[in-house]
Design a protein around this ligand. Structure first.
Ligand code: SAH
Length: 234
């Protein structure tokens, strides 16, 4: 089995790259910015693809995530893509900081395109997640929620409206882009997300995100170890 993570930020990936002693395969995606770390766990190949950096900062967001996912699938042919990282969530849904969720659906919340039904449906995304996601979450004791993706860290009232209408719970900036590419190439996708901020807490999002990033990345590493163990001893 070949498992490939697609991760946006170094801070999110570093704890489990180190935990598994994954080695960077230099210039694997050159001239693209994405980076590959590789190793073996329980007889399976474990790849971690980072979106990469520009001017010293991580390339977060849909465009970089799409490029990374497409290149990863075409060059590595993984059996499963895992999009793992941090997210915002809602305390109104019972979420708390550094809590880990498994995605049970994925959509976009900031693509406001008027037009016919087909266009509206396409804008929302709503791609399928790996069919074993719910069962794995249950077996490992994690909550599940719908990933909702947009291009901004903040949340405008029009974003919230779409999120509420379509049941979004885990707000990020990459999930649906990764899901879109996986849907095109028929590769199953699993989402593992850890909460850095609560979108309905009233706090300034970036401050809350920065304050909790380290803690959320630690619970993310723990969860990913359990996920990898589950998948490779399946
Ligand atoms: N300049 C910041 C960028 C962080 S952007 C930095 O380098 O520290 C936030 C990242 O965390 C994105 O990759 C996104 O997927 C995730 N994220 C965490 N909380 C989020 C929220 N409330 N809304 C959208 N994305 C969020």
């Amino acid at each position: 089995m070949r498992i490939c993570y697609v991760v946006a930020m170094v801070a999110e990936a570093k704890p489990f790259i180190e935990r598994y002693g994954l080695k960077e395969v230099e210039a694997f995606f050159a001239p693209l910015p994405c980076r590959l770390y590789e190793g073996e766990v329980n007889g399976s190949i474990l790849d971690v693809v980072l979106n990469g950096q520009q001017n010293g900062s991580d390339l977060v967001g849909c465009e970089a995530a799409s490029v990374a996912t497409l290149s990863a699938i075409q060059k590595l042919s993984p059996d499963l893509i895992i999009n793992s990282g941090t997210c915002g969530a809602f305390k109104g849904n019972g979420a708390s900081i550094a809590e880990v969720y498994i995605g049970n659906g994925v959509m976009f919340h900031d693509r406001r395109v008027p037009g016919d039904d087909t266009w509206g449906t396409q804008s929302l995304g709503n791609y399928a997640v790996w069919e074993g996601s719910e069962e794995m979450a249950k077996s490992l004791g994690y909550k599940t929620g719908k990933v909702t993706t947009g291009s901004s860290l903040d949340m405008q009232p029009c974003d919230l409206e779409v999120i509420q209408k379509h049941g979004g719970q885990l707000k990020d900036m990459e999930g649906a882009a990764v899901g879109f590419v996986c849907s095109l190439l028929h590769v199953p996708i699993l989402y593992v997300k850890s909460v850095t901020d609560l979108c309905d807490s009233g706090a300034e999002t970036f401050e809350e995100f920065s304050k909790n990033l380290h803690q959320a990345c630690e619970t993310l590493r723990e969860a990913n170890e359990r996920v990898i163990n589950y998948l490779t001893t399946f």
